[in-house]
Design a protein. Structure first.
Length: 448
């Protein structure tokens, strides 16, 4: 049995069958000439990717048989990436095929190199989705519930979280806004022995400094004007569980002292109180700030830092997680279309290209917001790049050499990450030869 990826080619032209079989010698190619043979091959071989000519017998001059084959393939194996081809009314066929669930479209006459890139990308996306399903199936309990990723960089973060969860140590999560710090904190809590206790979260930057102390430590009745009853703070509310201090870098210095005292003694005093209260809670904190620089300039106490940062986990931005933007976009489309616009069925090709090329400065939060808005505003079945409002910035470089070099570097880095550094697989993803890839690596100094 071959361990090469399985590619099913559904094409009735014998000459074209031979050409395609020869062109894709890196795959295990299975060929079918009509719908019945295609379905038999699908059941037997379960290929990840199918190229489908819409003009199949007994209707080679039309598309009816091709569309019927497409629907049957997706009904049997919904995760199969079907790439359709037709020379009959190409634009209309493309829109209909993608609306019906096809992954991509190409027009005859076939450009072997262009189709090769589409096929390689389809295999990669299928592999990412399969890996994400394996991760979900192997997850322990509710660990990382709701976190969708297949990027090696993020999988390492999840592995670290799962390993430190059972140890009763303080954890500091460092990452830009929108990278999922609270989701990871909840995952850590759910994987810990404290999972049956409360998970209490507080955003330290969202509460005025004058109220933050009361929110954290609570107050006694009559402690200040408006304190009409005794109120436990967030630290007490997390007794036996986990307290998540988001944006810890925004806590003012005077309150940092009181937090340090709690971490040292594991007791608190409410505002207006006269007796210490013992509290057993685990602290997980997060910030998007450069906390090391804050410690160096004295705006964050070093002794508090060392108490909070027994374990430090750095979360990559979405731009540093190859493949995750597309994976998450499809998830958000499905999530929001159900309730906000059931007519929307997926992403148009230009939207997928735009998502893959965007830098996502707002990370997952920005992606989710853009997709949510696009689902609401979309007029058709497919969300376009325009619906997502993804356009080239005004200050983007227009020098062709600069643009090409930047694009080459980005594509090579992404392909290397997707292929785990394997040069042969990287070259295949990029659609170039190994010698050409070596020349580019040397030219752009990307050997490391």
């Amino acid at each position: 049995m071959s361990d090469r990826p399985k590619l099913l080619i559904v094409e009735d032209d014998i000459g074209l069958q031979r050409q395609l079989r020869w062109a894709y010698d890196g795959y295990e190619v299975i060929v079918a000439g009509d719908r019945a043979a295609a379905i038999d091959a699908l059941r037997l071989h379960e290929p990840a990717v199918v190229t489908l000519d819409l003009g199949l017998p007994p209707d080679p001059d039309g598309t009816a048989e091709g569309f019927a084959t497409l629907m049957e393939i997706l009904a049997l194996k919904p995760d199969t990436k079907v790439i359709v081809a037709s020379g009959h009314g190409a634009r209309e066929s493309a829109l209909r095929a993608i609306a019906d669930g096809a992954w991509d479209f190409y027009q005859k006459p076939i450009d072997i190199d262009a189709l090769g890139l589409i096929v390689a990308r389809a295999f990669h996306v299928h592999e990412l989705e399969a890996e994400n399903r394996r991760l979900a199936a192997n997850a322990k309990g509710a660990t990382m519930a709701g976190l969708i990723t297949a990027a090696p960089e993020m999988l390492k973060v999840i592995n670290t979280i799962e390993r430190v969860a059972p140890a009763d140590v303080s954890v500091m999560l460092l990452g830009a806004s929108g990278t999922g710090k609270e989701l990871l904190a909840r995952g850590l809590h759910d994987a810990s022995p404290r999972r049956d206790g409360a998970f209490v979260a507080i955003n330290c930057s969202a509460i005025p400094e004058t109220l933050l102390e009361s929110e954290l430590f609570g107050h006694e009745k009559g402690a200040f004007t408006g304190a009409v009853k005794t109120t436990p703070g967030k630290i007490e509310q997390a007794q036996g569980g986990t307290l998540f201090l988001d944006e810890i870098g925004d806590v003012p210095l005077p309150l940092q002292v009181k937090l340090l005292r709690f971490l040292q003694e594991r007791t608190i005093e409410r505002i207006g109180g006269r007796r210490p209260i013992a509290v057993d809670t685990r602290i997980v904190c997060a910030t998007h700030r450069d906390i090391d620089a804050m410690v160096a300039d004295g705006s964050f106490r070093d002794d508090l830092y060392y108490r909070l940062a027994e374990i430090v986990v750095r979360i990559p931005s979405l731009a540093e997680r190859p493949g995750d933007a597309a994976l998450l976009a499809r998830h958000f489309v499905t999530k929001y279309a159900k309730t906000m616009n059931p007519a929307v069925t997926g992403l148009a090709p230009d939207a997928r290209t735009a998502i893959d090329g965007w830098s996502w400065p707002g990370n997952v939060r920005e992606l989710e917001n853009r997709v949510k808005r696009a689902v609401i505003m979309a007029d058709g079945k497919l969300i376009s790049a325009a619906d997502l409002d993804l356009a080239e910035p005004d200050d983007a470089p227009i020098n062709l050499r600069t643009v090409r070099e930047a694009a080459d570097r980005t594509a090579i880095r992404r392909a290397l990450a997707r292929a785990d550094g394997n040069i042969s697989n990287t070259a295949r993803l990029l659609g170039i030869s190994r010698p050409t890839l070596y020349d580019l690596l040397k030219s752009y100094d990307l050997h490391d």
